[in-house]
Structure formats: structure tokens, C-alpha cells
Design a protein around this ligand. Structure first.
Ligand code: NGQ
Ligand code: ZN
Length: 449
């Protein structure tokens, strides 16, 4: 397949009149001039580096008062109550809908931080990786690239308290987890070659230091993700148990390097921010969810100035929108610092800095050979419509700024994930059947609530 772009974002910057050839899922050639299917503005399509897909089904259902002051923790109670109802069939239908929406938003792949493993009360399914298999099946249905991150979750908090309520469905000891990972890997083998396996110790609250060290050795090549420091209360909990803050503790007890992705590096001191930047790990930012949950503001200017790597994830999937993640990331910085164009540099605009960062950081965090329109990379490509009013007459970085600040995901016309052309003329190729199935699940869940 050959695509012709009026504008293309290449590793060395913007180019006009570019032809990109795709063969066997990878980019086979990039040339100036030439002919091919006309695609407007062609960009490397980012990975969505953090998702809990089942939470999509509760989007919009937690925006009311349950306590004197609602918080992340009252939201978490609602989330635990919600997931009690979900069957493997539900999880597959929801994940497929989520993946369709991600593709239509411009993501080529997702790193699914997957922790809903067991049946009600923690009863294991005949196949310990039953739920992982459902995520894999959703990826097969939709063609979205998948980095599957089976999650280790073994305790209710730093004091070692037992799992309770909704958490029972997440729980594994180390042996159970090793079996689960092996079974999940077998399921993953059914997907095309771009599918990747990583691991995720859930958080420093839910995993002991010993298990954290062991989990990191289970698959020595794969990416490692952890929820690190989202909430003040979890910083306090860790301080009480270790006299260290979460990022500080992790960086001083674990060899954190390029394999690692630290989700929600929200609560950091300036020293932690600089130390994380120096580690070459990726900070997994989730701007929409972090705003929705009232987490706080990531120290973006300091982190980027120190060369810190980052990527973006849709986490709770309360809203799946690539353009809006970029916008909210920058807007949170502006609101926090009372300044404009906070994340821009002398030679790159805000939209460009964030887009470049998320494309490279997402590829690293997902362990996926992608992140540039360059020969040999997976053909993860997104084409934006330049014929409408939002991008008319725009050039270079202004294309990305207009997409993120003035336009929205409706500008996404085409998407290829490792060469699979899954969004055509703005619509995912399996949109309707996936939607129908999702709607049936939602109707059943609504009846049950
Ligand atoms: C999660 N979500 O695993 O879904 C978490 C909430 C927790 C975010 N951290 C549960 N955004 O952290 O204990
Ligand atoms: Zn999360």
C-alpha cells in the first residue's frame, strides 16, 4: 500500500509531498514526491500507554456526591462496586468498544493495565487468564495494537492488610501471578506480531517490596508499569511505612530504567521530578483522568526542562480523546503557573512538544517498535483531514496546535495499526457490530443497578 501526504511529520521534522509505503505491517519506504492514496496530514500514531478498559462502562456514572467531600477514594469505592457485576463477556464487549474509540481518536495501540482477573469473590476461572483472553480477543476484533500488562495485586495496603470487596477479583500471590502471566502469553500469541507482553505491579500499596523485585524478573525484556504517586494519601501511607515518598522509594530500591513506566507521577518534590527525568523511565501522564479524579498537577515544565520522558494514557476512559489529552495537559500547566505556552520550547510549539513526547514515550513504554515515520518501524500512522475549516491553510507545528486546541478527534480520517487500516473516513471498520454489542451490555448493566 502506498500513501501520499501533503504534510508529514518525519523524524527530522515536517515535510511536504511525501509518499509512505507499507509492507507486512511495517514502513517499507519514505520518499519525497511520488503518488499514492491521498491522506492529507500524516503523523506517527501514538500508543495510549495506560488504560483500564472496563472503566469505560462507568463513564459519567460517578459525577455526584456520595460523601461530605468526594475524592479519588470515594470514586474508587464506586468503581469497586461497579466491577462486581462484570462477566468475561462484558469485559470483552467493553474492551472492543474502547479500542474502536481509541483508534477513532488517533491511537494505534494501547497498553492495557489489566487487573480484573477473577470471578466474583476472587474465584479463579478455569483458565486463570480468562479475562486476559477477553482483552486479547477485543484486540483481534478491532485490530488495535496491544501491549498487555497483567497486573500483580496482592494486598489491600502497605500494612499488608487483606484484599477486601471488589479487590478480591484482582488478587494473586506470586505463584498464581506467574501462572497467569504464562497463560496470558499463550493467548497473546494468537495476535499479529506487534502484540507485546509486559507486567504491572499495581502500586507500592498493593505489592510488597519482595514481590515487586520478583515481578521485575519474570519477563526480563518486557516493559514494567506501576501506579506510582497519584494521591497525597498514598504518599502519606508510604511515608508512614518507609519514611520515603513513593517516587523516591522506587528510585532508591529498584533499578528503574527504560523498561519502566511510572503512571501518575503527580505527587513529586522537585528532587523527585529531576531524579525521575534522569532515570530515562517514562512518566505515564493521564491528563483527562487526573483532572476527573482531582489528582493534582504534574510538574511538567521542570520535568521536560530536565529531559524527562513522558507519554499519555486514557486510564479510566471517562473520555477517550487524544486531542483533548494534549489540550488538558497544557491547560493544567497554564492554570497551575498562570502562564501560556508552558510546555513549548524555543523551536517547537506546545502541540508539537506534547505530540513528539507522547509518540516516543508511548513507544518506549509499550515496548513497541514504533514512534516515527521511518523505514522498519511498525506502520502506526494517523491521517488528519486538512480539507475542513480547522486545518485549512495550516502548516508545520500549527497543524498539531490547531488539532489539539481548536479542533478535536473528528479530524482523524484514517488510522493504521502495524499496517492494519482500521479507521477509514473517520470510522472504525468494526464500529457498528462492536457498538451494538456494547449497547446490549450497557442495557443489561443498567437494569442490574
Ligand atoms: C485503578 N486508577 O487501578 O483503576 C486505579 C484506582 C487504585 C487510578 N489510579 C485504584 N487512576 O489506585 O487503588
Ligand atoms: Zn490507572
Amino acid at each position: 500500500m502506498r500513501l501520499h501526504a501533503d504534510h508529514a511529520l518525519l523524524p527530522d521534522g515536517w515535510a511536504r509531498d511525501v509518499t509512505v509505503e507499507i509492507a507486512e505491517g511495517r514502513i517499507a519506504a519514505v520518499t519525497r514526491g511520488g503518488t499514492g492514496t491521498s491522506v492529507g496530514c500524516l503523523l506517527p500514531a501514538p500508543v495510549n500507554l495506560h488504560s483500564h478498559s472496563f472503566q469505560r462502562a462507568m463513564a459519567g456514572l460517578t459525577e455526584y456526591r456520595t460523601a461530605g467531600q468526594d475524592s479519588f477514594w470515594t470514586w474508587r469505592n464506586l468503581m469497586y462496586r461497579f466491577l462486581e457485576r462484570l462477566t468475561p463477556e462484558d469485559v470483552e464487549a467493553i474492551a472492543a468498544q474502547v479500542m474502536v474509540e481509541m483508534a477513532e481518536a488517533g491511537y494505534a495501540a494501547v497498553a492495557e493495565f489489566h487487573y480484573l482477573h477473577h470471578g466474583l469473590g476472587g474465584k479463579t476461572y478455569a483458565d486463570p487468564a480468562e479475562m486476559s483472553a477477553r482483552i486479547v480477543q477485543a484486540a483481534a476484533t478491532t485490530g488495535l495494537g496491544l501491549t498487555l500488562l497483567p497486573v500483580l495485586y496482592e494486598r489491600g495496603g502497605c500494612d499488608g492488610r487483606a484484599l477486601a470487596g471488589g479487590q478480591l477479583r484482582f488478587g494473586n500471590d506470586m505463584n498464581g501471578f506467574a501462572r497467569l502471566v504464562e497463560a496470558a502469553e499463550t493467548h497473546l500469541a494468537a495476535l499479529p506480531a506487534d502484540a507485546t507482553l509486559g507486567l504491572a505491579p499495581h502500586s507500592l500499596r498493593a505489592v510488597s517490596p519482595e514481590s515487586l523485585a520478583r515481578a521485575a524478573t519474570l519477563r526480563p525484556q518486557g516493559p514494567l508499569h506501576i501506579h506510582v504517586a497519584e494521591q497525597v494519601a498514598e504518599v502519606d501511607e508510604l511515608l508512614a511505612h518507609t519514611r520515603q515518598r513513593p517516587v523516591d522509594w522506587l528510585l532508591s530500591h529498584v533499578p528503574v530504567d527504560q523498561r519502566w513506566c511510572l503512571i501518575h507521577a503527580t505527587q513529586m518534590t522537585p528532587q523527585e521530578t529531576l531524579a525521575l527525568a534522569a532515570s530515562q523511565a517514562v512518566a505515564g501522564l493521564c491528563p483527562i483522568t487526573e483532572a476527573n479524579l482531582g489528582d493534582g498537577i504534574f510538574d511538567g515544565a521542570r520535568y521536560l526542562a530536565a529531559g524527562g520522558r513522558f507519554g499519555i494514557g486514557s486510564d479510566s476512559n471517562v473520555r477517550i480523546s487524544l486531542s483533548e489529552e494534549i489540550r488538558i495537559l497544557e491547560y493544567s500547566q497554564r492554570l497551575g503557573t498562570k502562564a501560556r505556552a508552558v510546555l513549548a520550547t524555543a523551536d517547537r510549539s506546545v502541540g508539537r512538544v506534547i505530540f513528539d513526547g507522547m509518540v516516543q514515550g508511548g513507544a518506549q513504554a509499550a515496548g513497541r517498535d514504533t514512534g516515527a515515520i521511518a523505514v522498519g518501524k511498525w506502520a502506526d500512522l494517523v491521517a488528519l483531514d486538512i480539507s475542513g475549516p480547522d486545518l485549512a491553510g495550516r502548516n508545520g507545528d500549527r497543524l498539531l496546535d490547531s488539532f489539539a486546541f481548536a479542533g478535536d478527534d473528528r479530524l482523524v480520517r484514517h488510522l493504521w495499526s502495524a499496517g492494519r487500516h482500521i479507521v477509514r473516513d473517520g470510522q472504525h471498520v468494526a464500529r457498528l457490530p462492536v457498538r451494538r454489542r456494547f449497547a446490549a451490555v450497557m442495557a443489561r448493566l443498567a437494569e442490574a443497578m
